[in-house]
Design a protein around this ligand. Sequence first.
Ligand SMILES: Cc1cc2nc3c(=O)[nH]c(=O)nc-3n(C[C@H](O)[C@H](O)[C@H](O)COP(=O)(O)OP(=O)(O)OC[C@H]3O[C@@H](n4cnc5c(N)ncnc54)[C@H](O)[C@@H]3O)c2cc1C
Length: 336
Amino acid sequence: MIETDIIIIGTGPVGLFTVFEAGLLKLKCHLIDSLPQPGGQCSEIYPKKPIYDIPGFPTILAGELIDNLMEQAAPFKPGFTLGEAAVSIEKQADNTFIVMGVKGTKHKAPIVMIAGGLGVFEPRKPPIENIHDYEDKGVEYIIKEPNFYKDKTCVIAGGGDSALDWSIFLAEQKIAKKVILVHRNSSFRGHLDSVQKVIDLAQSGVIELITEAEVVGLSGKDGLESVIIHHQKDGEIVKNTDHFIPLFGLKPSLGPIADWGLEIEKGAIKVDTLDYSTNIPGIYAIGDVNTYQNKLKLILCGFHEGTLAVQSAFSRIYPDKKNILKYTTVNGIQGF
Ligand SMILES: Cc1cc2nc3c(=O)[nH]c(=O)nc-3n(C[C@H](O)[C@H](O)[C@H](O)COP(=O)(O)OP(=O)(O)OC[C@H]3O[C@@H](n4cnc5c(N)ncnc54)[C@H](O)[C@@H]3O)c2cc1C
């Protein structure tokens, strides 16, 4: 049994910064995430994209922000259960909670902060019968490290920003040997700038663009070797490729958290904006996972929510202790 002061479900930017704010109050945290690495959406969806609205950083790559938050949290020695979704919660007679992971890891604390973001997110997969056989053998649903595609042929599918931006990036930066973008329609959903850029790159032969077409089959012996494309006018086209990357977006779902007796509105947890507490005393919800009037799903708003939530958590754990706000400039960082 892992025992701590605060169990944080979710290691996105909000969960990580909350470790720091809790640490300033001498509260220890243990974080649980279903993903194998910390960072939430920043690490999983857009590690190489620059963010422009983190106070004090005119620009910072999402992956770098997570590295910095890990470094900032380190003096407070947070514990991590990674690669294991939190599936159940049980209130104990002594007012503590036991949070159980899907692999059976038990965590006990008087406070639970849910920083579960969009929940457990799954990529939307195209309905290709044998696609599972090629996952991690040429089929990827998220581009984490562009250099993985160095000198490779990549078939990207999709019509949104992700498909457009990655096609442009891999082709323009001359990372991939060849980029083939396949899209079902003749028009795109992405930003007009990106659409124009893809069209320009296709006209100059840097990208091969196949519209009104869908990838319908995959083949290869030990890994992916080719894709079969069905074109609305030309019929079947076969393209040899090293990778097939369908970028159709992610399907967010609150997952098991939805069954924990919390008040839910439109797929998010309702909170009191006084301290971001939920309808269950001792359980807080911070970051993208919560909802209230005028909620903004932004990292900086989540940082604020986590900061206020730990102040409230401190009063719950130590009802008789007075907590006086101390500036870090005055008090420094007294790690554990
Ligand atoms: C492409 C893109 C660009 C963006 N750009 C910006 C931007 O410029 N500025 C900005 O402020 N915001 C931006 N955002 C939004 C920002 O990423 C989110 O607001 C932020 O990630 C929310 O952080 P979080 O910690 O609340 O949740 P998340 O980052 O979503 O992390 C939640 C974590 O909880 C985990 N989890 C969920 N349920 C469970 C469970 N039951 N058990 C265990 N783990 C669980 C998930 O696996 C995940 O790792 C962008 C988002 C996207 C997709």
